[in-house]
Design a protein around this ligand. Structure first.
Ligand SMILES: Cc1cc2nc3c(=O)[nH]c(=O)nc-3n(C[C@H](O)[C@H](O)[C@H](O)COP(=O)(O)O)c2cc1C
Length: 395
């Protein structure tokens, strides 16, 4: 029995009634100020990709195998030379410490305790060195400008901090059009004003427990990990975040990073089979198929829909995905179509905002329990046994 299963993470009182990951969103909507909740929940433009990320799973149904002796099931999954206690991890999410007190640390610590990977976002608000010290198995995700000097300095900083897996997110050459952020008044940095103050008054628990506590104990949060040096503050009237030169980033920069970075190197935000093949040919250690949770180019294909073809094209090589995974059955479908591993975003951040580390631990347990139960019902004993024969396209 795996550590995740043994770790019967207690259900925090605030998560009473939460039986599935989808139960977290309505609670978080009531807990978080409108702009912060909207920032997490939103997709871009029409939300087509975000919606399709969920819809894609309904296109497939299981074929179960009976009389298989499914006792002794284990969730243990090996990826990138490490052994984890579940076939899923926590996707990188920027500004987690705005939604949850010390959010990145809470997510990283809960993941570490459950022995699943958590990817630290390049837009996080806590210094990467501090997160790495608290969670030595965390991975780091970078947003890079197409500027060789800045890239080299950041990659050097990440290596010195001791990270072993570097994830380059490559689906952000320009800023996305998230109209819902404009409607709810969300900007980065946040602009102080009457509207923000009113949002805070309406959500006193978040205002006191997350915002005021952070400001009092740690000062104004900054984007700590976008570059080798400190970035912009999170609340500022006149400061602009530096997104410059992200549109210059190209495969030549990737080759230079590959030469510099001695650890495992992944690309995240890949949606074409051709790019997955190029990544492999140029020495990446794997890709995370992703449309950024439907938050970048609206209309980008759901990662689930390119999994099978990507697997056929790259052969036996680490292929991961994220987007819309909310159930153990979603994990099983992704594994059947060729994923070695999957990541989940929003629900874990909602859990952190509502109940900190204990909330994240409980959310991990919900998903792990579902996967474990599903393996038994499908007729397999470990995640790696999922295969295409156990899934059919139903529409
Ligand atoms: C609030 C939020 C912030 C995010 N920030 C980042 C980020 O900093 N870097 C990144 O590569 N992806 C980021 N993403 C995308 C996630 O890593 C992931 O691809 C996506 O959330 C998966 O979809 P899901 O939320 O439906 O599980 C963010 C997603 C959300 C919801």
């Amino acid at each position: 029995m795996s550590k995740v299963q043994r770790l019967r993470a207690a259900r925090p009182r605030r998560l009473r009634g939460v039986l599935a990951l989808d139960d977290l969103e309505p609670l978080a909507r009531r807990h978080l100020p409108r702009p912060v909740f909207g920032y997490i929940r939103s997709g871009s433009e029409t939300d087509f990709s975000m919606t399709d990320n969920r819809a894609a799973f309904a296109d497939y149904g299981f074929v179960t195998r009976v009389l298989q002796d499914v006792s002794g099931r284990t969730l243990r999954t090996d990826i990138l030379g490490e052994s984890y206690d579940a076939p899923f991890g926590i996707a990188p999410m920027g500004m987690s410490a705005l939604a949850a007190y010390r959010g990145d640390l809470e997510l990283a610590a809960a993941a570490s305790e459950a022995n699943v990977p958590m990817i630290v976002s390049g837009s996080s608000l806590i210094r990467l060195e501090e997160i790495r010290a608290a969670a030595p198995k965390a991975w780091f995700q970078a947003y890079l400008p197409g500027d060789a000097g800045k890239i080299e300095a950041l990659v050097d900083r990440v290596a010195r901090a001791g990270f072993e897996v570097l994830v380059l997110t490559v689906d952000t050459p320009t800023r996305a059009n998230r109209e819902s952020n404009i409607r709810t008044g969300f900007t980065t940095p946040l602009k102080p004003g009457l509207r923000l103050a009113w949002d805070g008054i309406c959500r006193p628990r978040w205002t006191v427990g997350t915002l005021a506590r952070t400001l009092l104990l740690h000062g104004m949060p900054h984007f700590e990990n976008s570059f080798a040096h400190r970035g912009a503050p999170i609340i500022a009237r006149n400061v602009e975040r530096d997104f410059s030169k992200r549109d210059h980033l190209n495969w030549t920069h990737f080759d230079a990073i590959r030469a510099q970075w001695k650890g495992r190197l992944l690309l995240k935000g890949v949606s074409s089979v051709e790019d997955a093949v190029s990544a492999r040919a140029r020495g990446a250690d794997g890709v995370i198929l992703s449309n950024h949770g439907g938050r970048q180019l609206d209309g980008t294909i759901s990662p689930l829909r390119v999994l099978e073809r990507s697997r056929d094209a790259v052969g036996d090589w680490p292929l991961m995905m994220d987007g819309g995974i909310r159930r153990g059955t979603d994990v099983m479908k992704a594994l059947a179509l060729g994923a070695d591993f999957v990541f989940v975003g929003r629900p874990f951040l909602y859990a952190a905002s509502l109940a900190g580390r204990a909330g994240v631990a409980y959310a991990i347990r919900i998903l792990a329990d579902e996967v474990e139960r599903n393996m038994g019902l499908i007729g397999i004993r470990k995640p790696a046994e999922m295969n295409r024969d156990l899934l059919v396209r139903v529409c």
